[in-house]
Design a binder for this molecule. Structure first.
Ligand code: NAP
Ligand code: ZN
Ligand code: ZN
Length: 349
């Protein structure tokens, strides 16, 4: 076991603070990564404060992990010491069930092992995430980082990237399609970039008037201030797909009413409370409500490679580890432009 510096929460009400965790020595197929950068996802905040009611303490959040390989086990074939490598939301799964066979490890029937707050098959305790100086992960769940991408700006691709890329691909965002993205935060700004890159006519819905210019700069063809009922009404019944990234209570029916016949509202944002759906918004004209969870390992690599080819990275604000509690408060105020990323040197220093 290796004593490892980390930052985590001891309870739902305590701020995050420095703590020590144990990491295993690399096993035959493990990659040891010295973490350079870790993105800050709103899910980290939901978990740290037990807003979804499933947190086991202490929790060390962080699942947008990027760093440099420092050691590899003897059977590792795809990584070498010195490579850039990344770990996202998943570190293990059963690898044999029907979901795993389809490359949908996030829906593993045996239960996917998430990078933090998941049952660690090796330690018998819970997994600890990327707010730490190093991680040890199976090479099968370790991603290659395309050369040419700024590593700090690539880190949030591991969750914000794949969580928007996957549903936009599945529901066919592309040329000739009108696609909406709700919320301009970490997920939303990547949703805008991908929808635009796939060739869709891309519309941002935001509650923050001050983000309109950024929305256009990031790739939105149109920006709608969602509090403006007239502006919303002008888009009624016109969308092929809307991707909803909102982290808190909001009116889902307002977006259902903007869909065409057979079009789909895909929820990726995960507000802790149930959201009311008017069935009539679904009946007429025959609309669909769906959800999506991150993406499998192969698709995550595909997304990273796509970003490498197209030069797509996140717009970030680099912070020190000890600024995390302030960053959480700003995230709650929708004041993030557009992803906080922790410079992990600040934890080691
Ligand atoms: P974020 O950076 O905080 O962005 C959320 C955005 O939602 C805000 O910037 C804001 O955008 C909008 N918003 C916030 N409160 C709102 C409210 N009360 N009403 C309307 N809009 C509001 O969060 P994130 O990291 O992108 O994560 C978003 C959600 O996705 C979280 O719930 C997170 O847990 C979840 N998530 C899900 C998955 C998955 O696999 N399904 C993966 C990662 C994250 P505007 O200022 O533009 O309105
Ligand atoms: Zn996330
Ligand atoms: Zn499985």
């Amino acid at each position: 076991m290796m004593k490892t510096r980390a930052f985590g929460a001891q309870s739902a009400t305590s701020p995050l603070a420095q703590m020590a965790i144990d990491r295993r020595e690399p096993l035959a197929r493990d990659v040891e990564i010295d973490i350079l950068y870790c993105g800050v996802c709103h899910s980290d905040l939901h978990f740290a404060r037990n807003e979804w009611g499933m947190t086991v303490y202490p929790v060390v959040p962080g699942h947008e992990i990027l760093g440099r390989v420092t050691r590899v086990g003897p059977e590792v074939s795809t990584f070498r010491v010195g490579d850039l490598a990344a770990v996202g939301c998943l570190v293990d799964s059963c690898r044999t069930c029907s979901s795993c066979e389809r490359g949908l490890e996030q829906f593993c029937l045996g239960g996917p092992v998430f990078s933090y707050n998941g049952p660690d098959k090796h330690s018998g305790g819970m997994t600890f995430g990327g707010y730490s100086e190093r991680i040890v992960a199976d090479e099968a769940f370790t991603l290659k980082v395309p050369t040419g991408l700024d590593p700090a700006r690539a880190a949030p691709l591991l969750c914000a990237g794949i969580t928007t890329y996957s549903p936009l691909r599945k529901w066919g965002a592309g040329k000739g399609r009108k696609v909406g993205v709700v919320g301009l935060g970490g997920l939303g700004h990547m949703g805008i970039k991908f929808a635009r890159a796939f060739g869709a006519h891309t519309v941002l819905f935001t509650t923050s008037e001050g983000k309109a210019a950024d929305g256009r700069r990031l790739g939105a063809d149109e920006v709608v201030i969602s509090k403006d009922a007239d502006a919303m009404g002008r888009h009624a019944g016109s969308f092929d797909m809307i991707l909803d990234t909102v982290s808190a209570d909001h009116d889902v029916n307002a977006y259902l009413s903007l869909l065409k016949l057979d079009a789909t509202l895909v929820m990726v944002g995960a507000p802790p409370s149930p959201q009311a759906v008017s069935v009539f918004s679904l009946l007429m004209p025959r609309r669909q409500l769906a959800g999506s969870l991150i993406g499998g390992i192969a698709e995550t690599q595909e997304m990273l490679d796509f970003c490498g080819q197209h030069g797509i990275v996140c717009d970030i604000e680099l912070i020190r580890m000890d600024q995390i509690n302030v960053a959480y408060e700003r995230m709650l105020r929708s004041d993030v432009k557009y992803r906080f990323v922790i410079d992990m040197a600040s934890l080691k220093g």
